[in-house]
Design a protein around this ligand. Structure first.
Ligand code: FDP
Length: 351
């Protein structure tokens, strides 16, 4: 690990090159993917920043594969990432939360040895109210022998990720990533258009201060999930109460908890028996980051990165953050995984 002083100005490009130099066998392809993502992030940041100024807010009327109405910026961000990544010769396939099928590399472009999965604009229901949103990505190495990437290349367990990261478009734009050598955060300096190393070697506190959960679902949670929430709130006198902070934008909630310590929880409930969040686009990349920072992530039954994906848009319950708090979830949910047998949902719940 190259040591940088607090005063040295390190661009993301320089940092990636220095990390790569530690691996003489590296071809530079993974580094190239990370540069291209940083470029796409700057372009999306620009669109997000000006979203209130031009008439690109609100829904464009189409629905994504989960049946959610897309916001225009979702479509724009998706397009930016696909165009920034499809011609570099480093990827052989992509998959996006916004597209139903594998995104192939167009004819005429070289195929590389990696696949990319991404959520182009997470938390998009917050765009209209100027609340932070984010991009999440994960890079895996191709396994099949053909030139083009196949489903099998994308449906790999999270533990095989080669890189993962997120971008938060907040009061400043930050890119946080890991390649398995710790977690590093870069803040976009808008004056020079560069991501600069601002948070080297992020470590998340062992015990969290914050609990991020949408507890309007309480009446459709299992009893063991309710008991876990009472534990986090200190109501069963087993631990100090945590403070509740819920933006409702996963990247924003995750980022705060990563830096300040906390747990983000999105359990299964009777309305969404497999949870809401997506394994490939959200849970796996954030799990890789949190583990690299000293935290943990589980679906209540097993470590997120051990789950074998069976479909691109697979959902999962998610408990992610500070190690002690995720371990508490594992211990209290072990018998039932936080997954719930479907039954009647009270009117108006989970709207
Ligand atoms: P959104 O629907 O706005 O895209 O990934 C989906 C997500 O946001 C997460 O960012 C967020 O944490 C969660 O859904 C919020 O869901 P609830 O509204 O059910 O709390």
């Amino acid at each position: 690990m190259v040591q940088h002083t607090a005063t040295s100005v390190v661009t993301i490009e320089r940092f990636i090159i220095e990390q790569e130099r530690q691996f003489p066998e590296a071809t530079g392809e993974l580094s190239g993917i990370l540069y291209d993502i940083a470029l796409a992030a700057k372009m999306i940041a620009n669109k997000v920043r000006s979203a209130g100024l031009v008439d690109i807010l609100g829904s464009d009327g189409s629905e994504n594969v989960q049946g959610e109405v897309q916001q225009k910026l979702d479509v724009i961000a998706n397009d930016i990432i696909v165009k920034a990544m499809d011609h570099g010769g480093r990827l052989c396939a992509m998959a996006s939360e916004e597209e139903p099928d594998i995104i192939p590399i167009p004819d005429g472009f070289r195929c590389g040895k990696y696949v990319l999965t991404f959520d182009p604009l997470d938390g998009s229901s917050n765009i209209d109210v100027n609340v932070p949103v984010g991009t999440i990505f994960s890079v895996l190495q191709k396994r099949t022998n053909g030139m083009r990437g196949e489903m099998e290349d994308l449906l790999q367990r999270g533990k095989y990720q080669k890189a993962a990261g997120y971008v938060i478009y907040g009061s400043s734009t930050m890119l946080v990533y890991t390649t398995g050598q710790g977690v590093h955060g870069f803040t976009l300096d808008p004056a020079i258009g560069e991501f600069l190393l601002s948070h080297p070697n992020i470590r998340t506190p062992e015990v969290g201060r914050y609990l991020s959960v949408n507890d309007s679902y309480e009446q459709i949670w299992d009893e063991n999930v309710k008991a876990l929430m009472r534990r986090y709130r200190g109501l069963d006198n087993q631990q100090k109460p945590m403070s509740v902070r819920y933006v409702g934008s996963l990247v924003a909630d995750f980022h705060r908890n990563l830096l300040g310590g906390g747990v983000f929880v999105y359990p299964a409930n009777r309305k969404t028996p497999n949870g809401k969040l997506r394994l490939l686009y959200e849970a796996n990349p954030l799990a890789f980051i949190v583990e690299q920072a000293g935290g943990a992530a589980t679906d209540g039954r097993q470590r997120i990165m051990d789950v074998k994906p069976t479909e691109l848009h697979q959902r999962t319950p998610l408990y992610i953050g500070s190690k002690r708090d995720v371990d508490t979830a594992m211990a209290m949910l072990a018998n039932n995984a936080g997954s719930t047998a479907p039954s009647a949902v009270p009117a108006g719940v989970g709207a």
